[in-house]
Ligand binder design. Structure first.
Ligand code: KIV
Length: 298
């Protein structure tokens, strides 16, 4: 396959040294030391995996410069960018648009895209929509669920599309679940989570996101499989951690989940800069109106 991308700047990233520099030809340039699903899997037990979300080109560039090996175009897009109340409003067209923007940054990190709500209800639909996200520039897809979506997961993987699972609290089921609750505290849930992760790993998933899983259960799930677990609100026993980037930076518009330790308040800083600029305008004298256009000859 030939992907045309001219002028890709190369950011130094000593952490990405696991594969030799990729070939360059006159049309096609893969970033050096590109993270592949195989490399990501190999990070389990070696180094903690840092994963963050990106929804546009500048954010993907920033994550790339920071050396983030796993970039998720998450359907959290709905809340933090598009102004929806939850992820159930996100469409395939929304996802494709934002995947394209992220992919244009050609980051070294593996770009995974969320299959949105109802886009993988059947095997055929899952395959068609996974292909659409790959055509938009994703390097793999993520979907929520375990054994109940195994036929879809198998079909996606058989088509050669890398797959990342998502277990625990499933945001696309927020209405059925009546909110965002910790999973795995009840024994039946604990056993189901173990069965789910073993099935996803057995099918060939690259990694599994564990969202709001009770920390002891997340740790146990992590030891049960040979693929990385990437936790969010699931304690420190996972192979990596993922955050919604705007939560980390403090630019999320509304609600920030309890498990997030905000490390920056870029919203407050941005607000201050905008107000300073606005106020600076009133310090400049208002231009006096000129003579205006000459009256038309009668
Ligand atoms: O959509 C998203 O950003 C996610 C993360 C919360 C894991 O799925």
């Amino acid at each position: 396959m030939v992907r045309i991308h001219a002028g890709q700047p190369v950011f130094p990233s000593p952490r990405f040294s696991l594969v030799p520099p990729a070939a360059t030809c006159c049309f096609y340039r893969v970033p050096e030391n590109k993270i592949t699903p195989g490399i990501l899997k190999g990070m389990k037990g070696r180094e903690p995996i840092a994963a963050l979300t990106a929804y546009d080109f500048p954010m993907a560039r920033l994550l790339d410069e920071a050396g983030v090996p796993l970039i998720l175009v998450g359907d959290s897009l709905g809340m933090v960018v598009l102004g929806y109340p939850d992820t159930t409003h996100v469409t395939m067209a929304d996802m494709e648009h934002h995947v394209r923007a992220v992919a244009r940054a050609r980051p070294r990190g593996l770009v995974i895209a969320d299959l949105p709500y109802h886009s993988y209800d059947s095997v055929d639909l899952a395959l068609e929509n996974a292909r659409r996200l790959m055509a938009a520039g994703a390097e793999g897809v993520k979907a929520e669920g375990g054994t109940e979506i195994l036929p879809q997961v198998r079909a996606i993987l058989q088509a050669g599309i890398p797959f990342v699972g998502h277990l625990g609290m499933l945001p696309q089921s927020v209405h059925e679940e009546g909110g965002y609750h910790i999973k795995g505290k009840v024994e039946a849930e604990h056993q189901q989570l173990l069965a789910d992760i073993v099935s996803l790993a057995g099918a060939g998933a690259t990694a599994v996101v564990l969202e709001l899983v009770s920390p002891a259960v997340a740790r146990e799930m992590t030891t049960r499989v040979g693929i990385p677990t990437i936790g969010i609100g699931s304690g420190q026993g996972c192979d990596g951690q993922i955050l919604v980037t705007t939560d980390l930076l403090g630019t999320s518009p509304d609600y920030i989940p309890k498990h997030v330790k905000i490390r920056g308040d870029l919203r407050a800083q941005g607000l201050q800069v905008i107000k300073l600029w606005r106020d600076s305008l009133s310090a400049v004298p208002t231009p006096t109106p000129g003579p205006g256009p000459s009256p038309r000859p009668a």
